[in-house]
Ligand binder design. Structure first.
Ligand SMILES: [Zn+2]
Length: 258
């Protein structure tokens, strides 16, 4: 399993792991349905040339009208045109024909790289959308949702949880620095744009399975995080960590780990 290629969809950025034998071949994104060429090493899927996409569309349209198999995804149909192209062993055309259906098998679907696998009782977690803090987790209270003025139980107020948006999940690590309680590290991830945050009303850790990739914060998300920090912690907790202070106030810092 360790030599799977970590690929991100060029269209929706979802992360997935793909068997190396698919490198150079067409795959379909399990999330948004875009077709891409699997890179030979970890990276972003390559958008196939327009002509190739046209061919696939025409072919699948012909296929569906000829055979009308509604249960089958149109692009999972065989593509004889590409199979006719000469293909020598080892000579890998970047657009080599898929050897089988190009629908991504279940075990290879969304499988993000290096993200928290469980909520750590020592840490705190924050979820933001593009303009405000939506939810906050700490061991003693579990997930709480921001109702506009205060934090209330996410389980009992699931109607407050947005179904879609540009969500960031932030892991805040804490520690003692010079005898003071401080944030020592932030890790920031993007969540799937739909039905990710709504999971916090159920199993507390399930939202972790909707992480799509590591991501930075936009300017307004930094503002939202700052509001949350001001509301819930003494200033020294975040403002006395120079790297974190700098990150929050410097628009040019976009890293996903601070
Ligand atoms: Zn996609």
């Amino acid at each position: 399993m360790n030599d799977l290629i970590a690929v991100r969809c060029h269209a929706c950025n979802v992360g997935m792991k793909i068997k190396p034998e698919y490198a150079g071949k067409l795959r379909k994104c399990p999330k948004c349905g875009e077709i891409f060429v699997v890179p030979h090493k970890d990276g972003v899927g390559i958008a196939p040339p327009q002509e190739l996409l046209e061919k696939i569309r025409q072919q699948s349209a012909a296929q569906t009208s000829a055979e009308s198999k509604p249960q089958e995804s149109p692009i999972s149909a065989p593509m004889p045109q590409f199979q006719q192209e000469p293909q020598e062993e080892g000579a890998s055309s970047p657009y080599a024909a898929p050897s089988d259906s190009i629908v991504v098998p279940e075990e290879e679907t969304i499988h993000p790289v290096d993200h928290p696998k469980r909520l750590d009782p020592q840490f705190r977690y924050v979820i933001l959308n593009s303009e405000k803090m939506i939810a906050y987790w700490q061991m003693s209270t579990g997930w709480q949702v921001n109702d506009g003025t205060r934090l209330v139980s996410a389980k009992r107020n699931s109607q407050l949880l947005p179904k879609q948006g540009d969500f960031r999940f932030i892991e805040m690590q804490f520690g003692e620095v010079d005898g003071e309680f401080r944030i020592t590290k932030l890790r920031i991830f993007q969540l799937a744009s739909q039905y990710s945050v709504s999971k916090i009303a159920g199993d507390e850790g399930e939202v972790l399975t909707t992480i799509t990739r590591a991501a930075g914060l936009t300017r307004s998300q930094k503002g939202a995080l700052l509001q949350g920090l001001k509301a819930h912690f003494m200033r020294s907790v975040w403002a006395d960590s120079p790297a974190i202070y700098e990150y929050l106030f410097n628009e040019d810092f976009h890293s996903s780990e601070i």
